[in-house]
Each structure stands twice: as C-alpha cells, then as structure tokens.
Design a protein around this ligand. Structure first.
Ligand code: ZN
Length: 433
C-alpha cells in the first residue's frame, strides 16, 4: 500500500491555491516544515552548533530542507528530491501603469514559456512579494477578479478558427484593470494598500498574475485534477510531505541511513541559471555546510558523501494526449494515474541511466506504486529539467521522474488525482532508504 492516499491530493489542491507565486510556495512549504519541528537556518549564520534534526534554508524563492539523523558520520550520502517552485506566467514590468483606448492597463513581461492562449479571457489576480525599506519582504495575494487579457472578438479576427491564433507578445497580452486614463503609481499604491504597507516604503517588488479559479477535481468519477502551477508545485508539495513523513516516521536515522534533502529551486522555467536556480551554487553550498559545519567533516568526507548521493529529480511529464496521440512515442504511452513516469533521454536532456532506472524500479516496488516511462518521439525535440544540471554540477547519480499531465505550461493544467500521492509515496520511500 502506498504511504499516502487521496487526502494528500486534497491537501495539494489547498497548497496550489495558496501558492500563486514561487515566493508563496516557499513560505507555505516553510510553514509546514515549521509545524513539523524543522528550524530555519540563515545562510549568514554559522551552522556549527546545529545538531541532529530538521532544517531548511530559504533564498529568494528557493528552499533547501533536510533532516540530519543522530550519529550520522560526516561521509553520509544524501538522498535528494529535486523540484522547482516557478511556473510560466505574466509578470509585472517595472513601470506598470499604462493604458489605451480608455482602458487602464498593466504592462507585463512573459516569464518562461507559457501557453499564451491559456491566459486569455481569464479572471486574474495579482500576487508576489514587496521588498520594503530596510530589506524585509512581505507577501501579497489579491485573489479576486482584478484583471483580464481580453481576446479579440471572432468578428474582428475572422480567420482565427481556421488559421490559428497569433498573439503579439508585446501588444496582445496586456491586461485591463480599469477604465480611465493611466495613473502613474496606481498599481504600486493599490498593491501596497492590499498588503497593509505604505507605498513609499516599497522599494522593490516581484509581482505576477494568476488565474483566480480554484483548483478542483474533475471528471464524472473525479479521477482527474485541474489547476494552475501543477508544473511543478505537485513535486514541491510531494517533496515537503515526504520529507516530513520520513523525518517523523523513524525511517530516517541510524549510522548507515542517508540524509534526506528536498531541493526546491527557482528559475527552472528560464534555464536555472541564477543564484536560486539549479545551475547556481545554492544546493552545493548547503550540502558542503552540512558535511563541513554541521558534521565537522573533512574535504574527503564531502567527496565521499557526494559519491554516495542519489538525486531523484521530479518535474512534470506529458501523458499521451487523446486528441494528438501521433505526437507521442507509440511504444511508450504514459497515462494519468499510471504513477510517476521515469523520464529517459539518452542525449542527457534527462539524467536517467540504467543505474538510475534500477534505483527507481526498486523504489516503486517497495513503495507499492505503479511505474511507467516517458521518452520522446525521435522526431520531436525533448524538454529538459533540473536533473541533468544537478547531476553535472554536483557529480551525483540522478534520475528524472514526473507525474503525467496534459496542457503543460497552460494557466490551468490537467492531471490525475492519484498521481500526486503515488509520487509522494515514492519520495518518502526514496528518502527512507
Ligand atoms: Zn517543470
């Protein structure tokens, strides 16, 4: 029997709705870790006195969490579950107040590779973080119909249903949020008020738009889920719940047990090259400090620990689309609720190799969950994720997995209702090895 059940998926829908931005996802993950007895460590503090127990570090919209078992030797290997907190969306430009033809509008920039059409004619809220004078940040979440990107009427775009929708990224995606002339400073004034702070104290911000429709079960038998940001908050949520389970269930501990680590990076959707992305030094720094500071280990201990480390990189995967089956590899047909798919690409767009496949197969067997495979058609370029980057950066054995979904990078994706808890169950077993 898998460790988790449908209650995990219920909880995921709550997590998705409460996490419109990567900053919120990290804050909500931290709150769950706090409630489970984990403690936050500052990157600027010394870690020598941090003994056994659960810890996490937050940097921007990235979070690294781990549980240090008592008596662990300094060369103990890690079991890392990797994920990312960011999702493609529309983000507010530095001077946002604009307008045209009597509408008040907000200038936006595209983050990552969103399915642009999926942002049209949706009621959009505004959320993100405000960085205040003095350096503190506060989160804001306006979760009501505030903005909308209206699509051009079919009467004014007669060919749209035959020729396809063509959107100019600069001109056709600017949301409206009122009537009247553009007012300089209005968006910041509004947002600061919503957050309960003075606009004059907001010196910087990261604001973005989200669909206000709540995530939901879908289908006659409710065997699917529809919602935003499932890529990749499903993996972040699964990793958090699995880590808490592993730390509390006593499956972690003892001299030979590995150290479970959750690495939730930002900026995967833009290529991972940032101080909080998988291409940056964050995870390596944390692992190094666990060995050198917390466990008072040597450089040799660190090299031994990495050599004994395995990373399970979890990111969303494609199920076969019923309306486009020809786009998928005919012999490998991942489906919803078939369990997480092991992702394979021999050209290292995914990090999985035969060793990783063997480790994953063993995890699935012991977790009591079904497994399946994702591989691209040879004629179709393959996506990539944080797995190969983590493998290359740290030199650790890595495999890529992910629950399957349709409409990846849509403002609202479609997945299976069982897959989130099957993934979390596998992650908990992986952590507990
Ligand atoms: Zn992803």
């Amino acid at each position: 029997m898998p460790i988790f059940d449908r209650a995990h998926t219920d909880d995921l829908l709550t997590f998705l709705a409460a996490s419109p931005t990567p900053y919120h996802a990290v804050a909500n993950a931290a709150a769950r870790l706090d409630a489970a007895g984990f403690r936050q460590l500052r990157q600027t503090a010394g870690w020598e006195a941090a003994g056994p127990g659960g810890y996490y570090v937050i940097r921007g919209a990235a979070l690294i969490a781990w549980h240090l078992p008592p008596g662990a030797p300094a060369h103990t290997g890690f079991r890392i579950v990797g994920a990312h907190t960011d999702s493609p969306n529309l983000r507010v430009k530095p001077l946002p107040d604009t307008g045209s033809a009597g509408f008040r509008q907000v200038a936006v920039e595209l983050y990552g590779g969103p399915l642009l059409n999926s942002w049209l004619d949706r009621d959009l809220g505004l959320s993100g973080r405000l960085v205040l004078r003095g350096g503190d940040a506060t989160l804001v979440h306006v979760d009501r119909a505030l903005m909308r990107v209206p699509q051009l009427a079919v009467h004014l775009d007669r060919g749209v249903n035959d020729n396809g929708l063509v959107l100019d990224k600069q001109y056709h995606l600017t949301p409206v949020w009122g009537l009247g002339p553009a007012e300089e400073g209005a968006l910041l004034e509004f947002t600061a008020k919503e957050a309960g702070v003075a606009a004059a104290d907001v010196l910087g911000w990261d604001l973005m738009l989200h669909d206000v429709t709540p995530p939901t079960y879908l289908g006659r038998d409710q065997e699917m889920i529809a919602g935003p940001r499932m890529d990749n908050l499903v993996s972040v949520h699964a990793g958090v719940q699995a880590l808490i389970h592993a730390a509390g269930a006593g499956t972690v501990g003892g001299a030979a047990a590995p150290i479970p680590v959750l690495a939730a990076f930002d900026h995967e959707e833009t290529g991972s090259e940032s101080d909080t992305g998988a291409g940056g030094p964050l995870l390596g720094n944390v692992l190094s400090r666990i060995v050198h500071s917390q466990l008072a280990g040597s450089p040799d201990d660190y090299a031994r620990a990495l050599a004994a480390t395995v990373c399970m990189s979890s990111d969303m995967s494609h199920a076969v689309h019923p309306n486009y089956p020809e786009r998928h590899e005919p012999g490998h047909r991942p489906r919803l609720n078939g369990g997480p798919a092991l992702k394979i690409n021999v050209n290292q767009r995914y990090a999985t190799d035969g060793l990783g496949r063997a480790i994953w197969t063993d995890v699935c067997e012991r977790a009591g969950i079904p497994g399946q495979y994702f591989v691209s058609k040879n004629s179709m370029p393959c996506g990539t994720t944080i797995g190969p980057i983590t493998a290359a950066k740290l030199g650790v054995t890595t495999f890529d997995v992910g629950i399957t979904a349709l409409s990846m990078h849509s403002a609202r994706e479609l997945g299976g209702a069982d897959d989130p808890f099957l993934l979390a169950s596998a992650a908990a077993v992986f952590f507990g090895e």
